[in-house]
Ligand binder design. Structure first.
Ligand code: HEC
Ligand code: HEC
Length: 252
C-alpha cells in the first residue's frame, strides 16, 4: 500500500522537469518585469540632493568634508569654490596625482564637479583643535618667520601675501593653509617639487616649493599645523591688486 502512494521513478522525473520548467518560467517572468521598468526604478533610487551624492566623499574627507587635522585627508568644507573646482579638474585631468581621488572623479563632467565644489565650499563648520606639537621653539620660530615674512634674500614671498593675512585664503581660488595636517602639508610640497602636483602655469606654488629647503618645509609645516584657527575661517576678498609672483590659477 505504501509503495502505491509514492510516484514511480518515471513520474518522479516528470515532476522534477515540471518543477524546473515552472521555475524557469517564473524566473524569466521576474526578470522580464524587472527589465520593463529599469529606467524608472533607477531614477527613483538615484540620490537627488548633493548631500546624498557626495556621501562617498565623506568616507575619507570626514562628515560633510570636514577632516580632522590628525589624519592625512584634507578638509574640503568651506574652501573657496574656485580652488576646489580647480583641484577636482586637476585630479580628473592628471595634473594632480592621487589614484583614489582620480578614481572618484574620473568620469564626471565639468558641471558636476563645479556643483560639488560649490556644495563643499558653502559648508561652514566648526573646526577641530590644531595638532599638538613637541617641536623645538627654534623650529617653530623659523616656520613662523617664513610664513609671515618669507625670505627676501632668497626671493621667497611671505605666505600671507597670497593666502591672506590670517592665512584663511583669498577668493576666488587660493585656499586656507590652516587646518591641514603636517603630513598633508609636507606631501604637497613634495608633490610640487616632484611634479606630481601641478597648477595652471605659471605654477607659483611649484616655484616657491623649489626654493624651499627640506628644513624650511619641515619648519613651516610644523608651525602651520599647530596654529589655532581664527573664528572666521572664510577666505578673504582679494585685497591686493597684484600677487608678489604670478599664479596661473589665480585670475588677475
Ligand atoms: C578614498 C579616499 C577618498 C575619497 C573617497 C575621496 N577623496 Fe578627495 N582626497 C583624498 C586624498 C587622500 C586627497 C589628498 C591627495 C593629495 O595628497 O594630493 C584628496 C583631495 C581632495 C581635494 C583637494 C583638497 C585640497 O585641499 O587641495 C578635493 C577638492 C577632494 N579631494 C574632493 C573630493 C570629493 C568631492 C570626493 C567625493 C566625490 C572625494 N574627494 C572623495 C581622498 C579621497
Ligand atoms: C604668489 C602667491 C602665493 C604665495 C606667496 C604662496 N602661495 Fe600657496 N598657494 C597659492 C595658490 C594660487 C594656491 C593654489 C594652487 C592650486 O590651485 O593648486 C596655493 C596652494 C597652497 C597649498 C595647498 C593647500 C591644499 O589644501 O592643498 C599650500 C599647502 C600652500 N599653498 C602653502 C603655502 C605656503 C606655506 C606658502 C609660504 C611659504 C605659500 N603657500 C605661499 C599661492 C601662493
Amino acid at each position: 500500500m505504501i509503495t502505491a502512494t509514492l510516484p514511480a521513478p518515471r513520474n518522479m522525473a516528470l515532476v522534477f522537469s515540471l518543477i524546473f520548467l515552472f521555475a524557469a518560467a517564473l524566473l524569466s517572468l521576474v526578470s522580464h518585469e524587472a527589465q520593463a521598468q529599469p529606467v524608472a526604478q533607477a531614477k527613483a533610487m538615484l540620490p537627488d540632493t548633493l548631500a546624498e551624492r557626495t556621501l562617498a566623499c565623506a568616507a575619507c574627507h570626514g562628515k560633510e568634508g570636514r577632516a580632522t587635522p590628525e589624519g592625512y585627508f584634507p578638509r574640503i568644507a568651506g574652501k573657496p569654490a574656485g580652488y576646489l573646482y580647480n583641484q577636482l579638474l586637476n585630479f580628473r585631468d592628471g595634473h594632480r596625482r592621487y589614484p583614489q581621488m582620480t578614481y572618484m572623479v574620473a568620469h564626471l563632467s565639468d558641471d558636476y564637479l563645479r556643483e560639488m565644489a560649490e556644495y563643499f565650499s558653502s559648508l561652514q563648520l566648526p573646526y577641530p583643535p590644531p595638532q599638538a606639537t613637541s617641536a623645538a621653539p627654534r623650529v617653530l620660530e623659523k616656520g613662523r618667520a617664513l610664513v609671515m615674512q618669507g625670505d627676501p634674500a632668497r626671493k621667497i614671498p611671505a605666505c600671507t601675501a597670497c593666502h591672506g593675512e590670517k592665512l584663511t585664503g583669498m577668493l576666488p581660488s587660493i585656499p586656507s593653509v590652516l587646518g591641514l595636517s603636517r603630513d598633508y602639508l609636507n606631501a604637497q610640497f613634495g608633490a610640487w617639487r616632484s611634479g606630481m602636483r601641478k597648477a595652471a602655469s605659471p605654477d607659483c606654488m611649484a616655484e616657491i616649493s623649489h626654493k624651499l629647503t627640506p628644513d624650511d618645509i619641515a619648519a613651516l609645516s610644523t608651525w602651520l599645523a599647530s596654529q589655532p584657527f581664527p573664528e572666521q575661517m572664510k577666505a578673504q576678498a582679494p585685497k591686493i591688486a597684484k600677487l608678489p609672483i604670478r599664479c596661473g590659477s589665480f585670475p588677475q
